[in-house]
Design a protein. Structure first.
Length: 132
């Protein structure tokens, strides 16, 4: 990642994933923020709520790199940074009407200075495992 320095909102700058995206009012987003925390947020019927946050080893760096991974199974969500689990939780709203949807990559800018924040996603893989 890279971010333009000066006036950066570290909490709102980072890289991650959007998942179980139904429409603009119903989805989950997880991102590894440059403030050193990973955030899991949900939007249900247009209302945003923070589902979970946890620290990961980052020191408010304007430039850096790391390996991020997300694992979802039914109602369980696990986030990893550099192959170490940062958190795991069971999220009951993941079931029901938001148990499926699209997945994608997200970038939170955190600043309107210069180019904002850039994330470079490489060696990106999506594995989908179906139970027999």
């Amino acid at each position: 990642w890279w971010t333009a320095q000066g006036g950066v909102n570290w909490k709102e700058a980072g890289c991650g994933y959007i998942f179980r995206h139904i429409d603009k009012n119903n989805f989950y987003v997880i991102y590894w923020s440059l403030d050193g925390k990973v955030y899991l947020k949900r939007r249900v019927k247009g209302l945003d709520t923070l589902a979970f946050e946890a620290p990961y080893p980052n020191q408010r760096q304007a430039h850096g790199e790391g390996t991020i991974m997300l694992a979802i199974s039914d109602t369980q969500v696990a986030a990893f940074y550099n192959d170490k689990r940062v958190f795991r939780m069971v999220e009951s709203p993941l079931s029901g009407s938001m148990s499926s949807g699209e997945v994608g990559l997200v970038v939170f800018s955190g600043t309107n200075m210069d180019f904002g924040t850039r994330c470079q996603f490489t060696q990106t893989e999506l594995w989908e495992v179906h139970q027999p």
